[in-house]
Ligand binder design. Structure first.
Ligand SMILES: [Zn+2]
Length: 445
């Protein structure tokens, strides 16, 4: 009895979880809000909802439908197609903008009703056929999954889809999904031919990792490719996977008011693409700046302790021992230069009784010049001040300090002959001390 009760409670909890999971899915209210179907130009029609765009390309040999939307959208799309006087069952080919649930969730149902051939860009095929489970971003989000749907034809960049005199070209515009597709076609309207572009999506969704994304390593370069492609396309009529891309509602209203060709908008297209590219570049720059380089932070494990004084260091009193210090520096620097290290990394800490010291920094030197620096958190550090220099820069500093009076303590690396510890106390003030340490020296091969 108790067990049965417990089982019932568990069942209810599971159902609640499933329900919350569903509600938790990102479903904008305008995605499911009906919108009047209309002719865009020639044989190209809008049959989507207010927020999710669907396109019907009609031909004497049946029709092509772009996007299937959410699982629940199918009756809405069907009603729109029929309102225009076409038969839903005449859809022969089903295409998508990209493999996200708001564009491909209804594909299994539409295939079942119409028997249409489902044609999908190669890199989106595994996602579509797994019902969203292999999506690099949303694969583990239950609410973004949908019925797995078998693909009948795998498309590659530049492939043509032909039916009854209509030709659509699949342009790979990846990043948003790996196989995100921008469709292009020509339509004839009132005796003129127009270039149509239906943008797949150039958007970087919230949470997308553009840097060090192990599930999609080339995501950033894929977006770069997308913007190159989008900027290269000839365009008269500007459309996209969501009406919001091209301000569908405003243009529809203008068409209702009698404007002949409101969807012809190359300037709006260029502005949209430029705006999206800027958004991508801003996000990429922010993520790069925030990303700690873990290969760098590991190198800092050697920097737990610092030395203010070094027992092994040789001690020189200036001016009395200036000549012998000069001779030692000359000898060691000669040995350092004989090793000819021009490209190397090392950890540098400049400590002193002064503001602005930055603790340990990893310095990368190329062709003898400091090229990059990182702090202990793996973040890039500026190369602009006295906290950052090369080994030769350190030698230069030392040779200058020999001219001052005070005390110098110095120890050299026996293998590479760089100064691994330098302490200076400049007379007469007790505060004017500094110590500089170099560790983890590694030539770059
Ligand atoms: Zn999407």
């Amino acid at each position: 009895m108790l067990n049965a009760l417990r089982a019932a409670v568990v069942t209810v909890l599971l159902m609640l979880n499933a329900l919350v999971g569903r509600l938790g899915a990102q479903v904008n209210s305008d995605w499911t809000e009906p919108f009047p179907p209309f002719r865009i130009a020639g044989n190209l029609y809008y049959v989507g909802s207010k927020g999710l765009a669907n396109y019907l390309i009609t031909t004497p040999r049946g029709h092509i439908l772009i996007n299937s939307d959410l699982e629940s959208s199918v009756p809405l799309i069907r009603a729109s197609v029929e309102k225009l006087g076409f038969k839903f069952s005449d859809i022969r080919i089903l295409l998508i903008s990209h493999a996200h649930w708001d564009h491909d969730g209804g594909s299994a149902a539409i295939k079942k009703i119409t028997g249409a051939k489902y044609m999908v860009m190669d890199a989106d095929v595994p996602v579509v056929e797994s019902g969203g489970k292999t999506d690099f971003q949303y694969g583990n989000v239950p609410a973004s999954l949908y019925p797995p749907t078998r693909v009948n034809r795998v498309l590659h960049d530049g492939d043509e889809v032909k039916l009854g005199g209509a030709t659509l070209v699949a342009r790979l515009t990846p990043g948003h999904t790996k196989g995100c597709t921008t469709w292009t076609m020509k339509v004839k309207d009132a005796g003129k031919i127009y270039d149509v572009v239906i943008v797949g999506s150039p958007n970087v969704n919230p949470g997308y990792k553009l840097v060090d994304n192990s599930a999609y390593p080339k995501i950033a370069s894929d977006y770069e490719r997308t913007f190159r492609v989008l900027k290269s396309l000839p365009v008269d009529i500007f459309l996209g996977a969501h009406g919001s891309y091209f301000d569908m509602e405003t243009k529809y209203a203008r068409q209702q008011d009698g404007a002949a060709t409101p969807f012809i908008d190359p300037a709006g297209y260029n502005k949209y693409v430029a705006d999206r590219e800027q958004a991508f570049r801003t996000e990429l720059a922010a993520q790069k700046a925030a990303t700690a380089d873990t290969s760098v932070t590991a190198i800092f494990k050697d920097t737990g302790s610092t030395r203010v004084f070094s027992a092994e260091a040789q001690r020189f009193k200036l001016p009395e021992q200036r000549q012998s210090l000069r001779a030692l520096l000359k000898k060691e620097r000669g040995l350092w230069q004989a090793g000819k290290p021009r490209d190397y990394r090392f950890l540098l800490r400049v400590g002193c009784f002064c503001p602005g010291t930055r603790g340990w920094l990893l310095i990368e030197v190329r062709s003898g010049q400091p090229l990059r620096a990182w702090d202990k958190a793996g973040k890039s550090a500026a190369l602009t001040d006295w906290n950052t220099f090369s080994i030769d820069g350190l030698y230069d500093n030392l040779e200058q300090s020999v001219d001052r009076n005070g005390q110098v303590q110095i120890a050299f690396d026996p293998r590479w002959h760089f100064p691994r510890y330098v302490g200076t106390v400049t007379l007469p003030g007790p505060d004017a001390w500094s110590n500089t340490e170099v560790r983890g020296f590694r030539p770059i091969q």
